[in-house]
Design a protein around this ligand. Structure first.
Ligand code: ADP
Ligand code: SF4
Length: 676
């Protein structure tokens, strides 16, 4: 297939100072939980994106000095020359495909607690560090500022030595000392580095000049800046100082990488922000500068990308999450395979890897983070090892991904589901408020399967043990999912909850399948991810009085890992969901639920007609119970995230017919003991 000429503009080269990007696809810096901790994995993940056609591929944040040590988060590091080889490996992989490598070097200052280095953190003014560590950053004096400029220059030179083509000056997200100096609420200095915007921007201006002087002969110098902090007059706004700063430095960098902050706003989930949500904020930048501008907005549609270029909004399409979900997005556009793009769903499971200090994972792309350690390529897979057939029972995310990947390998695949719609849990969950984009998990896979002559999907096909016996398949996988339970057993109540026989107790499955509960409703969330909050939101929007009770101190507390906890709790409060935190449900009776404080055991009674328990799920494994030699995958094996189900399906498909890899099924990045 050939590219649609409408998209030609996306493949024009863009000059960035002394270097040229081969097209307009720009992978902006993004965390990945690998960085310096799993460097071969990180390098191969980036190399794969170069193969997939991204013209520029940037690192995550690279620490430049022990005084801004982000441990245990696993970003990059360029403290001294010892750190160069890891990043050189990444650059070499990127250069293999004619792409440019960008280094986001950074001094994090007041956002780092220096847990590993034990240095005293640095900031423009005395301030507690942004993490909740009982640590304060000290105000920098002029010699500290001189030292910071030297560290940044040294790191830029090391980046150049590693082979980078673009070096960043990072003033975005309030995650850098440069941005802390810029900030009207963090910088309380009265010297030449504080007060007016001119003064607060002095350090940025100096470091920009230093960086250009040090590496600008061969490297493009990019300036990353959050034009709006969504704090109104307390911070930068795109109509106020955000614009003023860009006007002030308009022609100084070789490229503007612009966005909004904080990170939660920049990487907003699809539950709260649509694709293109940053456009209104950054639209002015190109009016102010002649330098190339890159911006983000979870862009996956080539038509939207073309429109941004044609309207003069951006020069390069920035992407972090869309490049994770589909490292081959540019190649697919180039080859006229738009329908094959695996679109990001905006769930931020990718961010959860970084926040938990483990390699990145993605709901849509089960191969990310696995490129090196398992040798998984996002587009290529080993052909079938035998001329065999596979029956998969269940067309949820696990079954669909297994069928898709097995089909790609060339197996003859039958996938059967008892429902009239494919998708399993996602078919239900995509109808919850804000979760519509999650349906892409199903849509991508059902489309791919529909294009494969060797894969047949049968709906309204409930399978029984006898039907399995009669089915002529060489392999059978059970991907029948899980259901939410009604006994209350869960994290907080390991022996269950005292529930009167005539009390009305429902689960998320009941609500998603159309049960309308009699209100008032008490929803008990002992799961802590999105489900409790999403069901509460749905019921409240349907007009029900809802009280959400949770043993945690916050609503949907695990969603800190996906950056949307604040937005979820605010949303529920705004729409009038009553919230009772740090409480357990002790008993449920007709018309009432008794709850108790998890600290004092003080009890109170909440009047309610129905209780919804969001506690735990049990695998639907009756087929496996009847035929225990069969393989289970996804939630039928162990209920978990959608990402885990997709991964489980993919793992099964990759492994079928392959030799057992042994106790440790993937390559590990072993630590070499230092020689001294
Ligand atoms: P996972 O997340 O592991 O993919 P889901 O719960 O999303 O699991 O999907 C499981 C799918 O399996 C559902 O669509 C369900 O209808 C289907 N299923 C469960 N039991 C049977 C069965 N006996 N026969 C056919 N389909 C089944
Ligand atoms: Fe997109 Fe979710 Fe994948 Fe992140 S994990 S890249 S948000 S689909």
């Amino acid at each position: 297939m050939t590219r649609d000429p409408r998209y030609d503009i996306l493949f024009e080269p863009v000059k960035i100072g002394p270097v040229t990007a081969k097209n307009r696809f720009y992978q902006v810096p993004h965390c990945n939980g690998m960085g310096r901790s799993f460097p071969s994995s990180m390098a191969e993940m980036r190399r794969t994106k170069a193969e997939g056609g991204w013209a520029v591929i940037c690192t995550e944040e690279i620490e430049i000095h022990p005084s801004a040590d982000h441990s245990p988060w696993a970003g990059g590091r360029l403290w001294n020359d010892d750190d160069i080889p890891v990043l050189a490996k990444m650059c070499d992989g990127i250069h293999e495909f004619g792409s440019l490598a960008g280094a986001e070097i950074n001094h994090g200052g007041q956002i780092t607690a220096n847990r590993y280095s034990r240095d005293v953190p640095l900031a423009p003014s005395h301030l507690p560090v942004a993490l909740h560590d009982p640590v304060q950053a000290r105000a920098m004096d002029l010699s500290d500022i001189r030292a910071l400029r030297r560290w940044h220059r040294d790191a830029a030179l090391r980046a150049k030595q590693a082979g980078f083509d673009i070096v960043y000056v990072y003033a975005g997200h309030q995650l850098s000392t440069i941005s802390h100096f810029l900030s009207p609420y963090r910088n309380r200095r009265s010297d030449a580095y504080g007060g007016s915007l001119e003064n607060r921007a002095r350090l940025l201006r100096e470091i920009l000049a230093d960086t250009k002087d040090a590496v600008g002969d061969t490297c493009g110098v990019a300036l990353r800046f959050a034009v709006d902090e969504l704090m109104g007059d307390a911070g930068f706004t795109s109509a106020g100082e955000g614009r003023d700063l860009i006007e002030m430095l308009a022609e100084e960098p070789d490229l503007w990488d612009v966005n909004i902050s904080s990170w939660e706003n920049d990487s907003a989930t699809s539950r709260f922000k649509q694709s293109g949500f940053q456009d209104d904020y950054v639209a002015f930048v190109k009016e102010v500068t002649t330098k190339p501008v890159v911006g983000v907005g979870r862009y996956t549609s080539p038509d939207a990308m073309v429109s941004l270029i044609n309207k003069g909004r951006l020069d390069m399409i920035g992407a972090a999450r869309p490049s994770i979900a589909d490292p081959f997005l540019p190649k697919k556009i180039e080859e006229g395979r738009i329908e094959d793009i695996r679109e990001c769903i905006g769930c931020n499971i990718c961010v959860s890897g970084d926040n938990n200090f483990v390699p990145i994972r993605c709901t849509q792309n089960p191969t990310t983070g696995e490129e090196w350690r398992r040798g998984w390529h996002p587009e290529r897979i080993a052909p079938k090892s035998a001329d065999e057939s596979v029956l998969i029972v269940g067309a949820g995310p696990a079954g669909l991904e297994a069928a898709r990947a097995l089909g790609q390998r060339g197996y003859k695949v039958t996938i059967a589901d008892r429902e009239s719609e494919a998708g399993g849990r996602v078919a239900r969950e995509r109808r919850l408020p804000g979760l519509g984009e999650w349906g892409r998990v199903v849509d991508y896979r059902t489309y791919q399967i529909s294009q494969m002559a060797n894969v047949d999907l049968y709906l309204e096909s409930p399978m029984t043990p006898e039907a399995l016996d009669e089915f002529d398949a060489d392999h059978i996988a059970i991907a029948t999912g899980s259901r939410w339970t009604t006994d209350g057993i869960g994290r907080q109540n390991q022996l269950g909850i005292n529930i009167a026989p005539d009390a009305v107790v429902l689960t998320p499955d009941d609500i998603m399948c159309g049960t309308v509960p009699e209100g008032p409703v008490v929803l008990f969330d002992d799961d802590h991810f999105y489900m409790g909050g999403a069901i509460a939101e749905k019921l409240r929007r349907d007009g029900c009085d809802v009280t959400l009770v949770t043993p945690a101190a916050e609503v949907s507390s695990w969603t800190h890992n996906t950056l949307d906890q604040h937005a979820i709790q605010k949303q529920l409060m705004d729409i009038g969901v009553q919230i009772v935190t740090s409480h357990n449900i002790t008993s449920i009776r007709p018309g009432a639920a008794d709850v108790s404080c998890i600290y004092t055991d003080a009890t109170q009674t909440l009047d309610c007609r129905s209780v919804i328990l969001v506690t735990m799920r049990t695998p639907i494994d009756d087929l496996w119970q009847a035929r225990p030699k069969l393989i289970r995958i996804g939630d039928a094996l162990g209920p978990s995230t959608i990402a885990a189900a997709v991964y489980g399906g993919h793992l099964y498909a990759r492994g079928l017919g392959e030799p057992d890899p042994g106790n440790v099924p993937f390559r590990r990045e072993l630590i070499n003991l230092s020689s001294d």
